[in-house]
Design a protein around this ligand. Structure first.
Ligand code: ADP
Ligand code: MG
Length: 377
């Protein structure tokens, strides 16, 4: 590695991509929209036809943050900048399109890490300006909550529905009433679920991100080995809390001293922790459905949705309520640009106008605020 950001990206990124071949060859008929997502540590680009068909997509994950034990915002922002030009070109090539064929540009302008948001949204805005095309500013959370309506999922999901968003940075429960109308029923009062998985994994001596490694280890353990707390379980509303659970795990581990933990002990802790999170999630989903009884489906989104124990706990809740349980494929659950493109299209389909080019990137952007801020506001 020569120390440059390009070698950082080349050496450490894992590219996931897919292309759906489209029969129509006339880009004007497809009205392609190009979307960019850079709110955290994944650099993503996707092109969707106006009807939501995915024409091409690509994600570069900045795996090297693993060495540092978490996402370093400044490094992430520079890496996005380094990755975007080639990523956009490769996604265009996969869709057999050129920039001139793109009808509309979209970019995540919040919430997230401000450096990355500025890089990605400025890139999308620059392309829109240069080509004289409209720009749509997309809320990252809105992207997650609308993903389940993508035509590719074939779920025919109608409003209103309930989404549990559980990722490394977010943990909230949202009633999706219609495009642009979201009721946040609850959220975490301390850590996000993925953050708790990552921190507990670290205590167990596993790598980062810890969620997948913890799930793997938990498969070797007994989930009733330790009686861990279920924070807020049974409590009204659907807020979450994970810090007490995390502290309980650290108290369990402390007496073991500083060396490597015995494998079976670590596996039992992992399984007991995972069970506690799943129980709490299921309880919170039950409460959320009581708060939004009109929900037509229970949807899970975010990286933690990969966890099989959590999925089956939520699936059981949906079954009890006789509504479908929808878990989009993992590549659409974690950060990606398809969801950003689709959220932009949902806006257009609902008759909304594109944004002015002076829309500002913002680290905090509650879903209840429909319009993004402008640079001058
Ligand atoms: P963010 O971008 O907000 O960090 P992502 O949607 O990229 O979140 O998801 C990453 C998070 O998901 C990490 O915290 C990771 O540990 C967690 N995660 C991924 N797979 C699993 C799994 N199988 N079990 C539990 N957590 C998981
Ligand atoms: Mg991520």
């Amino acid at each position: 590695m020569d120390g440059s950001f390009s070698s950082f990206m080349r050496g450490c990124h894992d590219e996931r991509d897919s292309v759906i071949m489209h029969g129509m060859s006339d880009p004007a008929a497809l009205r392609p929209l190009l979307a960019i997502e850079t709110s955290c540590d994944d650099t993503a680009c996707a092109i969707l036809a106006y009807d939501g068909t995915i024409l091409a997509e690509g994600v570069l994950s900045q795996n090297d943050h693993a060495i540092l034990g978490g996402v370093v915002p400044e490094i992430a922002a520079r890496a996005h900048l380094d990755a975007l030009p080639a990523l956009v070109q490769s996604v265009l090539a996969k869709a057999s399109l050129t920039l001139a064929d793109i009808d509309t540009f979209a970019g995540t302008t919040g919430p997230g890490l401000i450096g990355g948001l500025i890089v990605g949204s400025s890139y999308a805005k620059g392309l829109a300006l240069a080509l004289g095309r409209p720009f749509i500013a997309v809320n990252h959370i809105e992207g997650h909550v609308l993903t389940a309506r993508l035509p590719a999922l074939d779920a025919n999901l109608q409003f209103p529905f309930l989404t549990m968003l559980v990722s490394g940075g977010h943990c909230q429960c949202i009633s999706v009433e219609k495009t642009g109308q979201y009721i946040r029923l609850g959220g975490t009062i301390d850590d996000a679920a993925g953050e708790a998985f990552d921190k507990v994994a670290k205590m167990l001596g596993l790598g980062w991100p810890g969620g997948p490694a913890l799930e793997k280890l938990a498969a070797e353990g007994r989930d009733d080995a330790f009686a861990l707390p279920r924070p807020l379980k049974g409590r009204k509303g659907c807020d979450f809390s994970f810090s007490g659970l995390k502290t309980a795990v650290s108290r369990l581990i402390e007496p073991q001293g500083s060396g490597a933990l015995p494998r079976q002990f670590a596996a039992d802790v992992a399984a007991s922790f995972q069970r506690a999170v799943a129980d709490v999630m299921a309880d919170r989903a039950e409460h959320a459905l009581a708060m939004a009884p009109h929900s037509t489906a229970l949807v899970v989104a975010g990286g933690v949705a990969a966890n099989r124990t959590l999925r089956s706990a939520l699936e059981a809740v949906a079954e009890r309520h006789d509504i479908p349980f929808i878990a989009p494929p993992l590549r659409l659950c974690t950060d990606n640009a398809v969801m950003i493109g689709w959220a932009a299209l949902e806006r257009l389909h609902a008759g909304e106008q594109p944004h002015e080019i002076d829309v500002a990137a913002r680290p905090r952007w509650p879903l209840s605020e429909r319009q993004p801020a402008t640079a001058l506001s």
